[in-house]
Design a protein around this ligand. Structure first.
Ligand SMILES: Nc1ncnc2c1ncn2[C@@H]1O[C@H](COP(=O)(O)OP(=O)(O)OP(=O)(O)O)[C@@H](O)[C@H]1O
Length: 313
């Protein structure tokens, strides 16, 4: 079976602003794919083109075997995708149940309304008018509207913004359950933890271009990056006493960067035991997804400035 979404060399410009400058990626059936990127990177523009809400200037796009720019198949596509957008207009004077039931009527084979109310954890709130919902409850209603049509492909644009930590974890489980039941999910998020927890694969988009793509654990060489070993310098010792090269910060914490942490740790713990001391607060880390993301997007942001500096010389 072909991929759920294929994007090749997608381009979109608004006036003089290049929003998307040659983006390519694929989303396989049954996976959760996350687009990460700073404000204005081009995520929403990309999503809107895939959803059929925005025209493209160039490139090839295939969503569930259809071209979202083709008006003749727009209705078929609309029935097979679900949308959770950043700002969904809903009738404020309808109740939660009425809103979900009304949207169910737009699809040929919708999910059961009460089942969906339960899934998004709005049971007990179904008689509330939409205008009285809290921000997080409103967002859960958005999720309900995205999934009521039983879509093959669900677009989630910053799905958990405004959620408290418990609600966020609940929403993550719901999204995983949808994926496990066969729904393909394409999401944007600003929360690295969300991408780490949910995504099978991520692409980082910066200034209209994809700067890295991979699994949350391997993105940007995270898995092979140097490990960072940290601990408190034992009393009476200096960094020069340690058996490896180390740096000490003003709080007394020692940092050792290592390409081979097993051996380095062995040297350090052996040294500590021989000196009858401990490496207090010992931790071993690789760069977090956020570290990698910040490096990737900072490199991209600073590139035009460097060009300017060079040209000023
Ligand atoms: N309708 C529009 N008209 C003109 N420029 C636009 C329009 N929509 C977006 N842009 C511009 O295109 C660029 C990409 O915007 P886009 O909304 O796609 O980014 P984003 O990655 O979704 O950002 P955010 O994380 O803030 O939602 C930005 O420079 C933005 O100002």
């Amino acid at each position: 079976m072909s991929s759920a979404v294929v994007v090749e060399d997608l381009r979109k410009t608004y006036g003089t602003v290049r929003a998307v400058g040659g983006v390519s990626f694929t989303v396989e059936h049954g996976e959760i794919f996350a687009l990460l990127g700073p404000n204005g990177a081009g995520k929403t523009t990309t999503m809107e083109i895939l959803e059929g809400f925005r025209t493209r200037d160039g490139g090839h796009v295939d969503v569930l075997g259809l071209d979202p720019g083709d008006r003749s198949t727009a209705r078929i596509l609309r029935e097979r995708i679900g949308l959770v957008l950043q700002d969904i207009a809903v009738e404020p004077y309808l109740t939660v149940r009425e809103t979900i039931a009304r949207n169910a009527g737009y699809y040929p084979a919708p999910r059961d309304v009460d089942e969906v109310i339960g899934l998004v954890d709005l049971a007990g709130q179904e008689k509330k008018k939409v205008r009285t919902l809290s921000g997080g409850q409103k967002r859960r209603l958005d999720l309900a509207l995205g999934m009521i049509g039983n879509p093959s492909l669900l677009f989630l644009d910053e799905p958990t913004t405004g959620f408290d930590p418990n609600a966020r974890r609940g929403a993550w489980q719901l999204v995983r359950n949808l994926r496990d039941a066969g729904t393909t999910i394409l999401l944007t998020t600003h929360y690295m933890e969300e991408a780490q927890e949910l995504a099978d694969r991520v692409a980082v988009i910066s200034d209209g271009q994809i700067v890295a793509e991979g699994t949350p654990t391997t993105l940007g060489g995270r898995d092979t990056a140097r490990a960072r070993i940290r601990f408190a310098l034992p009393p009476g010792s200096t960094v020069a006493d340690l058996p490896v090269v180390a740096e000490q910060d003003e709080d007394g914490l020692v940092t050792v960067d290592s390409v081979e942490p097993t051996g380095t740790l062995h040297q350090l713990t052996d040294w500590a035991l021989r000196h009858g001391t401990v490496l207090a607060g010992l931790t071993v880390d690789r760069p977090s997804l956020e570290d990698v993301y910040l490096t990737l997007t900072a490199q991209n942001r600073s590139a035009p400035e460097r060009t300017q500096e060079r040209s000023a010389l």
